[in-house]
Design a protein around this ligand. Structure first.
Ligand code: SF4
Ligand code: SF4
Length: 260
């Protein structure tokens, strides 16, 4: 199997998903990138935490790291631009997308195994260390290292299809080569030396600055939003959402800077 076959499989999976699982179609066409599971991933321990997992921790003979991004449709994003609290539709979209990403991971693993390979994955969430507020398998950092996107001032990965969506990843022992979607250094306007900072102004708790994110302020806000809005509506505790810095931004639906 080559990378193009896997890429088309993902596009088809997402296109047929709403009908198959009786879900509302809230997603645009997915994008995917991959790279050899080489020494670049050793940087994960420098740029995140020393106990961040490496590809070999998931699959000992892993040869390729694959990361995909599922962008939300524009109307779902716009629903969440109103007011300082998240829309219920955003909370539901978050849950539905996590379910889909977990299903994509399992189905992609099965697809790879049918093609004679092996694959290993982690869930879309639940690899998060709450005490240190870090992910021990960060799809965003992986996406940065393989060229799916670049970090924005909003601490999200800006991809060619914007930053408003969800990500998943896996490691396989198939050799799928190097297929980045981004080769330039920056896709965020501020990081690229231009004027913006809209995400900083959009944050209701001032958790963002050009220097980075105050993770504690953000996390507390997500929990408050759950208790105030999502829990009373019967949504599960994992619906800790906000994303005001990811919707209605110049980087929400596409990259504001060239990707090559
Ligand atoms: S809103 Fe502007 S400053 Fe913030 S991440 Fe997007 S492009 Fe960068
Ligand atoms: S998710 Fe919300 S609280 Fe967190 S940084 Fe973005 S706007 Fe601020």
């Amino acid at each position: 199997m080559n990378f193009n076959v896997l890429s088309q499989w993902l596009v088809d999976f997402v296109a047929t998903y709403p009908k198959k699982y009786n879900e509302i179609a809230i997603w645009r066409e997915p994008i995917i990138a991959c790279s050899p599971a080489d020494e670049r991933f050793l940087r994960l321990k420098e740029i995140t935490v020393t106990d961040h997992a490496l590809p070999a921790d998931l699959l000992r003979d892993g040869k390729t790291v694959v990361v995909w991004f599922i962008p939300f449709k524009f109307h779902i994003q716009m629903d969440n631009t109103q007011g300082k609290h998240p829309a219920l539709s955003w909370g539901r979209a978050y849950l539905a997308t996590n379910d889909m990403i977990n299903r994509i991971g399992s189905a992609m693993k099965d697809f790879i195994e049918k093609e004679g390979g092996e694959a290993a994955l982690t869930p879309a969430t639940h690899n998060f260390d709450k005490k240190r507020m870090v992910s021990l398998w960060s799809h965003k950092h992986l996406g940065h290292l393989i060229g799916l996107g670049r970090y924005g001032t909003n601490c999200q990965l800006i991809t060619p299809e914007g930053c408003s969506g969800r990500m998943g990843s896996l490691v396989t022992d198939l050799d799928l080569g190097e297929h980045p979607l981004v080769t330039t250094d920056e896709l965020c306007l501020v990081k690229g030396g231009k004027k913006c900072g809209k995400c900083i102004k959009s944050c209701p708790v001032d958790a963002l600055s050009e220097e980075g994110m105050d993770k504690t302020l953000c996390y507390v806000r997500l929990r408050e939003n759950y208790q105030l809005l999502m829990e009373p509506d019967g949504l599960p505790e994992t619906t800790s959402v906000c994303a005001k810095c990811q919707v209605g931004m110049p980087c929400s639906v596409r990259s504001p800077l060239p990707t090559y």
